[in-house]
Design a protein around this ligand. Structure first.
Ligand SMILES: Cc1cc2nc3c(=O)[nH]c(=O)nc-3n(C[C@H](O)[C@H](O)[C@H](O)COP(=O)(O)OP(=O)(O)OC[C@H]3O[C@@H](n4cnc5c(N)ncnc54)[C@H](O)[C@@H]3O)c2cc1C
Length: 439
């Protein structure tokens, strides 16, 4: 009999997992909380390992064709003086692409059920099958209401006690509403339950691909905690100008970093990270970013200034502070940021999500279900957590470097370190191979 999977989230990890499981012969439903499949309007850089995973998922060549292949130009000071030459070998070639283009390629003509916000999940430990509970007509997770609710929740989590856990209220078998659970729930949640706005769906496997704020993780790994990095990022996409780079450029300053690279459609994707209190927002984010990078190299300011207001976005940077010992529970598995959200300082979060999905697919093809999930942990937990730690360390030398002395020391070290040495240091990341080829 065909096995069934529910994939929670239609981001990079969820759509990749849908491909992988379908290729392994599973019947898949993809549930997405947002009103459509979408992503924040920016580019993404893919390294050799991410592309190898996309090959396993059957979409590598289509992504290579659409993306801009480039050798990084290197690292510069905030004033534009060279600090380190870019990597030169073929394995260091990067492919940069607009996130919208990448999502479309991953999705293909796959059906995604939108407006389906999962609020809870149960595993199969009590017998039966794993399940998720969906709230119909829930707020769009990208709306400002939903964002401020997430920020409130994180604030509460800092004080360690998270009261009113809706996942307890919503476990199947909770009917009629149990009094204790009702006491823990908010009035609105109880009303919603009585109105039949919630629906529970079962499957042989639930894949939590619902990002850093994962509802699946919250339900089944309730102690896991996310951390604010202390930095925010602006990013934008503009048409390429005369002073645009031909390969990825990174500029390092005091407690800030800027980068830009060409992407598909003759466009340039830029990002600027800087220390900032959590939750800061400006009416005019272009002006706010220009203030932050005011005295940086002219090309940095030019690219920010050329960005239309509708083309700039801003995100505070969070990561998963708790290292999960396992990425699965009976009948439930996490992929992508839900399992190991890391700071974007290495540009590896997306590639890790592709590796997760490709690995899961191959293991489900080759092994029985339980063994596949055990093997998945063996293949994924150490590797992704090593990268999480490395991304934190890199953040310390960029957005957390405040003293001019430390900035000087960091820049000096980069100047002395030949590009090849850095390249060898990241070789273990780039050299990923599908488990199909490593047995
Ligand atoms: C500024 C920045 C730059 C980055 N640059 C790079 C880079 O260059 N290269 C790289 O490889 N990585 C990069 N990353 C990391 C990369 O973007 C993430 O690791 C990747 O998007 C994770 O994919 P995901 O599918 O796990 O999560 P997400 O992309 O967050 O997708 C989660 C999906 O689940 C949906 N969802 C959420 N909650 C629910 C729910 N309760 N029910 C149903 N659906 C839900 C969301 O709407 C979303 O569609 C960057 C990240 C940031 C923040």
């Amino acid at each position: 009999m065909t096995q069934t999977a529910i994939i929670v989230g239609a981001g990079l990890g969820g759509l990749a997992a849908a491909r992988a499981l379908e290729a392994a012969g599973w019947q898949v439903r993809v549930l997405e909380a947002g009103p459509e499949v979408r992503t924040f309007g920016a580019g993404i850089t893919l390294t050799a390992n991410g592309l190898a995973a996309l090959d396993e998922l059957g979409v590598g060549d289509a992504v290579r064709d659409a993306a801009v292949r480039q050798l990084p130009e290197g690292v510069f000071t905030d004033q534009g003086s060279p600090l380190q030459q870019g990597f030169r070998t073929d394995s260091s070639a990067l492919h940069a692409i607009h996130r919208g283009t990448l999502l479309e390629l991953l999705r293909g003509d796959r059906e995604v059920e939108t407006g389906m916000r999962v609020v809870s999940a149960t595993d199969a430990s009590a017998g039966g099958r794993a399940s998720v509970t969906i709230e119909h007509g829930a707020a769009d997770p990208d709306s400002s209401d939903a964002r401020s609710e997430r920020e409130r929740r994180r604030d509460r989590a800092r004080g360690t006690k998270v009261g009113r856990r809706i996942h307890r209220l919503l476990e199947p078998g909770d009917e009629p509403i149990d009094r204790k659970a009702e006491a823990r729930a908010t009035k609105a949640q109880v009303r919603a339950l009585r109105d039949g706005r919630f629906e529970t769906i079962e499957a042989d496997l639930v894949v939590g691909a619902d990002g850093i704020d994962s509802a699946v993780r919250r339900a089944l790994w309730p102690k896991a905690r996310t951390d604010y990095s202390g930095a925010t990022t602006w990013f934008g996409v503009v048409q390429a100008e005369a002073d645009s780079p031909s390969g990825t450029r990174q500029y390092l300053g005091r407690r800030a970093e800027f980068g830009m690279e060409p992407i598909d459609g003759g466009r340039v994707y830029w990002w600027g990270m800087a220390r900032a209190p959590m939750g800061g927002r400006a009416d005019d984010e272009v002006a706010a970013a220009l203030r932050q990078f005011d005295d940086w190299a002219p090309e940095v300011r030019d690219h920010i200034a050329a960005t239309p207001l509708a083309g700039i976005a801003r995100r505070d940077l969070w990561s998963l502070a708790t290292r999960l010992r396992s990425f699965h529970r009976p009948g439930v598995v996490l992929v992508g940021d839900a399992a190991h959200a890391m700071l974007p300082t290495l540009g590896q979060g997306g590639s890790m999500a592709f590796e997760d999905a490709a690995t899961l697919g191959v293991l489900l093809e080759d092994h029985g279900f339980e063994r596949a999930l055990e093997e998945y942990d063996r293949a994924r937990v150490d590797r992704t957590q090593r990268l999480q730690r490395l991304a934190q360390r890199v953040a310390r030398s960029t957005t957390r470097t405040r003293s001019p002395l430390l900035v000087g020391a960091r820049n000096g070290a980069l100047n002395l370190m030949p590009a090849l040495a850095t390249e060898i240091a990241v070789d273990w990341v780039l050299a990923w191979r599908s488990p199909r080829h490593t047995e």
